[in-house]
Write a protein that binds this ligand. Structure first.
Ligand code: GLU
Length: 476
C-alpha cells in the first residue's frame, strides 16, 4: 500500500513554526517511503480563514521546499482540496450517520447546554444529557427539520473505551465517558473539524496522520467516528509540543513564531527546515546539520521523542551559520543581496568583488544581514585606538611597516591594492626589514585595519578601497 500523508493547515494566520515542523515530518516521511504528500486547506472556520493567510502559508511552504503532490494549485484525484468546497460531502456523511441512528439533531437551547456543562462539572453526570439523544424523540426532531427549523447534529458517542496505537506515544487509551455527544455538523451547514477531518482522511486514503500532540484528544473523537463508519483507522504519530526555555508552550512572547518572520530576518530555508526537524526527532547518526534531501534515506517514525522540544533560537542561528558556510558562493551571493542595505557600498562593487567578500565572510556570520556589519568593517575609516592597538603600534617594528606601506600606497593609482602587491609589501618587510612572525602579521593588521583580529588580510586588503587604507594610516 502506498503511504499517503497530509498536512492540513487552517488558513487563520501565518504559517507557525510548529505547523511547518508538522508539514516537514509529513513531507519527509512521504519521500522516505516513496509515498504521496497531500495538502488540504481546512478553511471551515469562515470567520477566521482568509485567502491572504492561505497564500502566505503556501508561499512559506514553497520557500521551505515543501511541494505537495496533491492539493491546491496542483489538483489530484481527490479534489477539491479546500474543505469549504466539500460541504456536500460532509452533508452526505452526516445523513448517513443520522440514518444509521448514530447521530441526532439536537434542539437544546444554549441555557440547557450550559446547565448540562455545569452539572457535568459539579456532579460528574454525563457531558450530554439532552432529551434528543433518545430515539423516542427523533420523530419529533424530524418533524421540526421538515418544518424548516435548524439544529446542529451530534454524534451519539458509544459507551466504550477507546484506544489507538501511536508511533510516538505507544498505546493511547481513553476510558469510556470522557467525551460527550459532540457536534459533527453545525446548524449553519458547516461540518466541524473532527468530522470533516475524518471524512477527508478516509476519502484521501491517508495512511498516516502525523501532527502535534495537542490533537491527541481530538483523535479520541476521530477514532470513534472511523469506527462508526466502519472505516480503517490510519496510523498516528502525535509529535511533542514546542516549548520555550521557560518550559511554557511556545508563543509570541518567546520571539518570532511564524516562518514569515524567520524568512524576513534572513534565515535560510535549509537551516530552518533542518532545525525544525531536530525538535522532537533525532538523526540516527546524531547529526545536527543536514539537508532535508539527505533525510529521505534515514527518516523513520521510530526516532521521535515523547518529551517536549525546547525551542532554542541560538541553536537555530548556529545551524543557519553552518548552512551559510556550506553554501556555494554564487548561490549565497544571490540569497544575500536582498539582505544587504540598499544604499550599501556593497551594491556598487563588481560581482567579482562581491563574491570575494562573501567568500571571505561566509564562515563568520550566522544570518545573512550580519553581512551589513562586515561591509561597514571593510569601509570603516576611523580607528579606535584601544589598549591592544596602542601596544602593537608601540612595537619598534610597526612604524617601519607603516612607513613602507604608506610609501607604496602613494605609488598606486588604482582604487584597490592587488593581492600580488600586498604580497610584495609583506615580502619586503620580511626580507628587507627582517620582520617576522607576530610582529609582521599583527603589524600589518593593525596598520591597515586598526583591528587586532579579523579575516585573512591577503583577501581583505585587496577588497578595501585604497582611500580607506590611506585614511586609516593617516589617523594612526
Ligand atoms: N486544521 C488542523 C490544524 O491546523 C489540522 C489538524 C490535523 O492535522 O488533523 O490544527
Amino acid at each position: 500500500m502506498t503511504t499517503r500523508v497530509r498536512f492540513a493547515p487552517s488558513p487563520t494566520g501565518y504559517l507557525h513554526i510548529g505547523g511547518a515542523r508538522t508539514a516537514l515530518y509529513n513531507y519527509i516521511f512521504a519521500k522516505a517511503s516513496g509515498g504521496k504528500y497531500i495538502l488540504r486547506i481546512e478553511d471551515t472556520d469562515r470567520e477566521r480563514s482568509t485567502k491572504e493567510f492561505e497564500q502566505s502559508q503556501i508561499d512559506d511552504m514553497a520557500w521551505l521546499g515543501l511541494t505537495h503532490d496533491e492539493g491546491p494549485g496542483v489538483g489530484g484525484p481527490h479534489a477539491p482540496y479546500h474543505q469549504f468546497e466539500r460541504t456536500d460531502i460532509y452533508k452526505k456523511y452526516t445523513d448517513e450517520l443520522l440514518a444509521k441512528g448514530l447521530a441526532f439533531y439536537d434542539f437544546c437551547s444554549d441555557e440547557e447546554l450550559a446547565e448540562m456543562a455545569r452539572k457535568n462539572k459539579e456532579e460528574g453526570t454525563p457531558p450530554y444529557t439532552g432529551k434528543w439523544r433518545d430515539e423516542a424523540n427523533w420523530e419529533e426532531a424530524r418533524q421540526k427539520i421538515a418544518a424548516g427549523e435548524v439544529a446542529p447534529v451530534r454524534f451519539k458517542v458509544p459507551d466504550q473505551d477507546v484506544s489507538f496505537k501511536d508511533h510516538v506515544r505507544g498505546d493511547v487509551k481513553f476510558p469510556k465517558g470522557m467525551v460527550g455527544d459532540f457536534v459533527i455538523y453545525r446548524s449553519n451547514g458547516v461540518g466541524t473539524y473532527n468530522f470533516c477531518n475524518v471524512i477527508d482522511d478516509h476519502l484521501f486514503e491517508i495512511t498516516h496522520v502525523i501532527r502535534g500532540e495537542d490533537h491527541v484528544n481530538n483523535t479520541l473523537r476521530q477514532v470513534l467516528l472511523y469506527q462508526a463508519f466502519g472505516w480503517d483507522v490510519p496510523e498516528f504519530a502525535h509529535v511533542s509540543l514546542l516549548i520555550g526555555a521557560d518550559r511554557q508552550k511556545l508563543s509570541k512572547r518567546h520571539g518570532a513564531t511564524s516562518v514569515k518572520q524567520y524568512r524576513e530576518q534572513g534565515y535560510l530555508p535549509e537551516a530552518l527546515a533542518n532545525y525544525l526537524c531536530l525538535l522532537g526527532w533525532s538523526h540516527p547518526e546524531e547529526k545536527d546539520v543536514f539537508t532535508i534531501d539527505e533525510l529521505k534515506d534515514v527518516f523513520s517514525l521510530t526516532r521521535f521523542s515523547k518529551s517536549h522540544a525546547i525551542y532554542d533560537v541560538e541553536k537555530l542561528k548556529y545551524i543557519n551559520g553552518q548552512h551559510i558556510k556550506q553554501m556555494e558562493t554564487d548561490e549565497l551571493l544571490k540569497r544575500a543581496r536582498p539582505f544587504i542595505a540598499e544604499n550599501s557600498f556593497f551594491h556598487d562593487q563588481s560581482v567579482e568583488w562581491q563574491k570575494q567578500f562573501i567568500e571571505l565572510y561566509k564562515d563568520k556570520i550566522q544570518l545573512l544581514p550580519d553581512l551589513n556589519e562586515k561591509v561597514l568593517e571593510v569601509v570603516k575609516e576611523d580607528i579606535s585606538k584601544d589598549e591592544s592597538i596602542t601596544e602593537v603600534l608601540a612595537w619598534e617594528t610597526t612604524p617601519k611597516i607603516k612607513e613602507h606601506i604608506e610609501t607604496e600606497l602613494n605609488k598606486i593609482t588604482a582604487n584597490h591594492v592587488s593581492a600580488e602587491i600586498f604580497s610584495q609589501w609583506m615580502d619586503y618587510c620580511k626580507k628587507e626589514l627582517g620582520i617576522k612572525g607576530k610582529p609582521l602579521f599583527m603589524g600589518f593588521r593593525v596598520v591597515l585595519t586598526g583591528q587586532n583580529h579579523g579575516p585573512d588580510l591577503k583577501v581583505l586588503i585587496p577588497l578595501t578601497p585604497i582611500e580607506v587604507l590611506k585614511k586609516r594610516i593617516a589617523s594612526l
